[in-house]
Design a binder for this molecule. Structure first.
Ligand code: NAD
Length: 500
């Protein structure tokens, strides 16, 4: 099979220039190398930003009707071809195709939200703030904005950003994950088919070199980042130092609290779905189940029974519920937490290290569902974001102890509570220091018209992604005070303007 070659997308077409460096693309199910991706140096980043800068004035001035017409066409094309994109994602990421289709749908919802941009960009108007003086506010785009995205949602996370940014009148440079870069180029081609003018959406591939070039570029006005916490912090600090607007979403350790009155079958189904969907490589995955006494034994038994029954296999196999991990290194790192947890005193209730696959997949990056019980907050399996199919159970004596555990954790992305007590759920929603909360819902990813984002070390910056916070992030407000003179104007007045 010939290897694919993934290129940058600059100014409405693939970038043909030679690449100084390239990265490898794998099929995680077989472990085989399937292609190469060009890595950008500052030169290609400059070219992409220049294309976006050149496209900005005309796109900013394109009527709202014209912009929304392109967005609606993009929406139609994406809806019609979502299966194709899901297969492409699965081939590089490894997730099962139904899960990849789910990610495309959630991205599509942001496109649909952005189709309503004429309504969202309405400013305010006040007549007669002073005698014959009117005041109003208008929302204007920033210019060239950049998105830097992680491997785990190669279509959805970029779509948290660019539909809103472009709808607001900005032009966009995307630096997707180098591990599964094809989805971004597929989306760029779709934009072109939808009639987006050349240069409004660009893609540069690569690693730290490309990211740093974007962070330092004086023509990049804002940076949206999603990835791990150390890099999110780095991007936030460096972009802020160069005066850019920045939102940097980081890692997670999501706790699911199960109170004694919960429906334990519902809770076990939820924990297994949210812990092992996409092999745990979701920023909203449940990685810690907090079992409040006395539910521990019964809950762990129900979770273990379900986890052990999951079908692990390649993403294109309709029978598979969970695919492989993204790289061999990541697979080995995730497996190392099972070893450290054992050494530190946890019990391995379900062990995915010996998972079996068909012969042709023996080189893949496999780790089966793993359940760790009696995990304590000092263990590596608890303190670190594992980002794999390893579900830890921490047992606590009370609701208050569960709350203390979550409060002490540096992350604050998502959390959930399972209970039949409305008062307890309401108290949890009110008290918990986490950005996204589920009540009997394990993965509370907000709809496109709300905003996505965590608290504490899960987000650096002020704005969450998409929804109205996205619109605010990608626009600047201008306040105008206007007087159209009539013959009764009051003449010179050196006093500070006040109402009159
Ligand atoms: P990552 O931080 O390794 O990479 C994210 C992006 O940063 C990629 O584009 C990568 O090329 C770039 N990058 C990597 N190292 C860099 C460096 N040293 N300097 C500059 N740029 C660098 O993350 P990942 O492994 O691709 O994705 C998994 C992580 O993303 C997990 O921590 C997960 O929780 C997080 N995530 C968070 C959210 C959220 O909404 N909070 C959503 C999805 C994923």
């Amino acid at each position: 099979m010939t290897e694919k070659h993934v290129r940058h997308w600059i100014g409405g077409k693939p970038h043909e220039g030679p690449a100084g460096r390239q990265g490898d693309i794998y099929d995680p199910a077989t472990g085989r190398l399937t292609g190469k991706v060009d890595f950008a140096s500052a030169t290609e980043v400059d070219a992409a930003v220049a294309a976006a800068k050149a496209a900005f004035p005309a796109w900013r001035d394109a009527s709202l009707a014209k912009r929304t017409a392109v967005l609606f066409r993009f929406r139609e094309l994406l809806a019609a071809r979502r299966r194709e994109l899901a297969e492409l994602i699965s081939s590089e990421h490894g997730k099962v195709i139904s899960d990849a289709a789910g990610e495309v749908t959630r991205g599509l919802e942001v496109v649909e939200f952005a189709c309503g941009i004429p309504h969202l960009l309405k400013g305010g108007y006040s007549e007669n703030v002073s005698t014959k003086v009117d005041a109003y506010s208008i929302l204007q785009p920033l210019g060239v904005v950049a998105g830097i995205t992680p491997f785990n949602f190669p279509a959805m996370v970029p779509m948290w950003m660019f539909p809103v940014a472009i709808a607001c009148g900005n032009t966009f440079v995307l630096k997707p994950s180098e591990k599964d870069p094809s989805a971004s180029v597929w989306l760029a081609e779709l934009w072109a088919e939808a009639g987006l003018p050349d240069g409004v959406f660009n893609v540069v591939h690569g690693d730290k070199t490309a990211v740093d070039a974007l962070l330092e570029h004086s023509d990049v006005k804002a940076v949206s980042f999603v990835g791990s916490t150390p890099i999110a912090r780095y991007v936030y600090e460096r972009a802020a130092r160069t005066g850019k607007r920045v939102q940097a979403l980081g890692g997670a350790k999501n706790h699911m609290v199960v109170l004694p009155d919960a429906d334990l079958d519902l809770a076990a189904d939820a924990a297994v779905s949210a812990g092992f969907g996409s092999a745990g490589e979701r920023c909203m995955a449940i990685s810690v189940v907090v079992a409040v006494d006395p539910v521990g034994d019964e809950l762990v038994a129900r979770i273990a029974e379900r986890a052990a029954r999951l079908t692990v296999g390649p993403g294109h196999d309709p029978a598979a519920e969970m695919g492989p991990l993204i790289t061999r290194e990541h697979r080995d790192k995730v497996a190392s937490y099972v070893e450290s947890a054992l050494a530190q005193g946890a019990a391995v209730v379900v062990d995915g290290r010996g998972v079996e696959t068909a012969e042709e997949y023996s080189g893949g990056f496999w780790l089966g569902p793993t359940v760790l019980d009696h995990v304590t907050p000092d263990m590596d399996a608890y303190t670190d974001e594992i980002f794999g199919p390893v579900l830890s159970v921490v047992r606590v004596g009370s609701y208050d102890e569960a709350m203390e555990l979550i409060a002490a954790n540096p992350y604050g992305n998502g959390t959930a509570i399972f209970t039949n007590d409305g008062g307890a759920a309401r108290r949890f929603q009110n008290e918990v220091e986490v950005g996204m909360v589920g009540i009997n819902v394990p993965i509370p990813v907000p709809m496109a018209y709300y905003s996505f984002g965590g608290w504490k070390d899960s987000l650096f910056g002020d704005s969450h992604a998409h929804g109205m916070e996205g619109v605010h992030f990608y626009t600047r407000t201008k306040a105008v005070t206007a007087r159209w003179l009539d013959p009764s104007h009051g003449g010179v007045n050196l006093g500070f303007p006040t109402n009159g």
